[in-house]
Ligand binder design. Structure first.
Ligand code: ADP
Ligand code: MG
Length: 445
């Protein structure tokens, strides 16, 4: 039995993974890998190129340990050989990717609803929206690149696509490509396999506008980073517009200095968390588009309870819509409260970290995480810090010393002191009870 597992470890891995990944992933990345030889000591695999090898190890290293022999140094006993050019073209299955379009009649791949008209403006996103409008009005001539960063679900992709729509409508002739970083990497790999890498490079390098979503996925992918950087430079040097989104500012991305410097060439704009009024406006807009009659106290209730993710606001509206449709009753704050509770409970339990607590408390009090971790005795900051410490002790099962040290190196007795103080106040202050409940819900979602 054991021998059998060892002997067919690779094939067993393939069988195991096939039902657990998407067809495209399997066919693009895993199926092209050929088993060269397999012994109880070692498995030799033939890969069409280095990217496929990197992909396999980046994504499945841990899982492979269960299927592949392990060397004395605890590394996988896997050896890779790159397929010789002739043989691989005979052996490689036909790529499933569409041929890369070269004419102007290509599919823009923009989300039809992500337009400037549908983007609600508020203090948190005014600056980035006006930068995006500027770029859309004069591509390549204002900020280049425009780098948009901010948390999940705040509208980065929405603005990126809005730029694409707007340019496309104004200047039909311009060649625009909107792509996620993952898709860019896939494109490279597919083209390498189909021996059309030159064609792909030509395609990217003759674009007028390149919109790249979620550049953080380029981190730790050296070979791809270099290719991206080359394309980037060629386009920028010809004044072709590049817009990039990311969950972090360039300086915090684990990318080469060269790449970071290039991304800081133009304008780096931050997309903040919308304030209460903007959230209410977004909720009303979404409800209207779904023909949902939403009383204003219900809209406020939702906006107060979901703070830092517009996508979650949409989720809540969708639930309310379904409820209104099936129950046919008017929406009240009580119904909304019940539905939001369901939403929180149905979300997969996630492991709560001090960071997520800091983030929610900082958002609730509109202060910086840096201050929460700092030493400031300013009343508001000190109070928010005590609440964060209280929540950390309540919500995280870890040693108090360790939790306290995550607050910028505080001691275990500071944490306990904060907990006692808030715990006492909770007994007599009902508003505080509600406020903490709200923050808790936000951390858990
Ligand atoms: P990100 O790319 O930052 O994770 P998205 O652009 O995917 O976020 O936005 C998530 C959802 O929220 C989208 O459906 C988007 O239309 C909506 N959204 C975000 N910000 C706004 C806004 N200011 N006005 C209207 N809708 C918004
Ligand atoms: Mg996005």
């Amino acid at each position: 039995m054991l021998e059998c597992i060892v002997k067919n470890g690779w094939l067993q891995f393939l069988e195991f993974i096939q039902s657990r990944c998407t067809k495209a992933e399997f066919e693009n990345w895993l199926a092209p890998i050929q088993l060269r030889s397999s012994t109880p000591e070692e498995i030799v695999l033939e890969v069409p190129n280095i990217f496929v090898q990197e992909y396999l190890l980046d994504n499945y290293k841990d899982l492979l340990q269960e299927f592949v022999p392990i060397r004395a140094n605890k590394e996988l006993a896997l050896t890779f050989v790159i397929a010789p050019p002739k043989k691989s073209s005979a052996a490689a299955p036909k790529p499933i990717a569409e041929p890369i379009p070269e004419s102007s009649g290509y599919d823009l791949k923009l989300n039809p609803t992500y337009r400037f008209e549908n983007f609600i403006e508020g203090p948190s996103n005014q600056f980035v929206k006006s930068a995006a409008l500027g770029v859309a009005a004069r591509p390549g001539k204002t900020y280049n690149p425009l780098f948009i960063h901010g948390g999940v679900g705040l509208g980065k992709t929405h603005l990126l696509h809005a730029i694409g729509h707007s340019i496309h409508e104004e200047q039909k002739k311009l060649k625009i490509q909107a792509i996620t970083t993952e898709a860019f990497i896939n494109d490279i790999v597919d083209s390498l396999r189909a021996k059309s890498i030159d064609r792909m490079k030509r395609f990217y390098r003759t674009l007028d506008v390149l919109l790249v979503d979620d550049i953080q996925f380029l981190q730790n992918r050296l070979n791809f980073e270099e290719e991206f950087c080359n394309t980037f430079e060629i386009l920028i040097n010809q004044n072709k517009q590049i817009v990039i989104t990311s969950d972090k500012p360039p300086s915090q991305l684990k990318l080469s200095e060269r790449m970071v410097a290039r991304m800081e060439w133009g304008l780096v704009a931050h997309m903040g968390i919308p304030d209460l009024e903007t959230r209410v406006a977004i909720i009303n807009q979404k409800a209207e588009r779904k023909n949902l009659n939403l009383p204003s106290d219900v809209a406020f209730f939702i906006a107060e309870h979901i703070y830092h993710n517009v996508r979650q606001l949409e989720g809540a509206i969708n639930r309310l819509c379904a409820h209104a449709r099936y129950q046919g009753t008017n929406l009240t704050v009580e119904t909304a409260e019940r539905i939001l509770n369901e939403l929180v409970q149905s979300a997969p339990q996630k492991k709560i970290s001090v960071d997520s607590i800091l983030q929610s408390v900082a958002a609730a009090f509109e202060i910086r995480i840096h201050d929460l971790k700092g030493e400031s005795r300013q009343k508001e900051i000190a109070f928010a810090r005590q609440i964060a410490m209280y929540l950390a002790k309540e919500m995280i099962e870890d040693s108090l010393t360790k939790i306290a040290s995550s607050f910028g190196g505080k001691t275990h007795s500071t944490l306990l002191h904060a907990w006692n103080k808030i715990n006492k106040q909770l007994k007599e202050n009902e508003d505080l009870v509600k406020q903490i409940q709200m923050i808790r819900r936000n951390i858990e979602q």
